[in-house]
Ligand binder design. Structure first.
Ligand code: 5GP
Length: 214
């Protein structure tokens, strides 16, 4: 017997959400706020070769790896995607994402755009969300005022940001990050709406028709 509500129409597999967008747009802040509230959403912690910033914790913010360790992971096909970004590697552990989705949990990635496009090749059914800066001037301020990096790095980040915005065409949703709370609320509605998509729950309701209503 099926009941209304609950998990009756949930897909068996979790949904992969990818939050991406230009450097300095505030992806990290938005992601952290989402996870302060989310219940059944799993964050995939990335691997990186960049050094730890003050306050960051290994295994919480990133898994910090040497270049040699990272290149071994690439060779062993352990990464779902990876990118070289401003002279460092960043990548998503494949097993964690695939196993967690298989177990029925949604997975959330917060990654830069080259990596997001690689994910699109292996997970075209993923939900791709582009976080857009409130203004390009503001984006420039945020990148230049971080204060932890050299001028050359800042210039590289600005160049990357330009290229990244041009890649918006490949995304399903665009969320302007003018107010963090508003951007978070929009992303939460996207997550809810995706769970209501007919094609995601088709198998379940067809089964209900076969089992219960014949
Ligand atoms: P940061 O060094 O500021 O933590 O991150 C730099 C950029 O790398 C950000 O745009 C962040 O979203 C992105 N990033 C973090 N983890 C990954 C990952 O696993 N793969 C890719 N492709 N980008 C990532």
């Amino acid at each position: 017997m099926y009941h209304l509500g609950g998990n009756v129409l949930n897909d068996e597999k979790g949904i992969l959400f990818i939050l991406s967008g230009p450097s300095g747009v505030g992806k990290g802040t938005v992601r952290k706020k989402i996870f302060e509230q989310a219940t059944d959403l799993k964050y995939s912690i990335s691997m990186t070769t960049r050094s730890k910033r003050p306050g960051e914790i290994d295994g919480v913010d990133y898994f910090y790896k040497t270049r040699e360790e990272f290149e071994k992971l690439i060779e062993q096909n352990k990464l779902l995607e990876y990118a070289q970004y401003v002279n460092n590697y960043y990548g998503t552990p494949r097993d964690y994402v695939e196993d967690t989705l298989e177990a029925g949990h949604d997975v959330f990635l917060e990654i830069e755009v080259q990596g997001a496009m690689q994910v699109k090749e292996s997970f075209p059914e993923g939900v791709f969300i582009f976080l857009f800066p409130p203004s390009l001037e503001e984006l420039k301020n945020r990148i230049t005022s971080r204060g932890t990096e050299s001028n050359e790095l800042v210039l590289n980040r600005l160049k990357e940001a330009r290229k990244e915005i041009e890649m918006m065409d490949s995304y399903d949703y665009v969320v302007v990050n003018d107010h963090v709370d508003l951007a978070v609320a929009k992303i939460q509605s996207i997550i809810q709406s995706e769970h209501c998509k007919r094609e995601r729950i088709e198998k379940q309701y067809k089964k209900i028709l076969e089992d219960e209503l014949t």
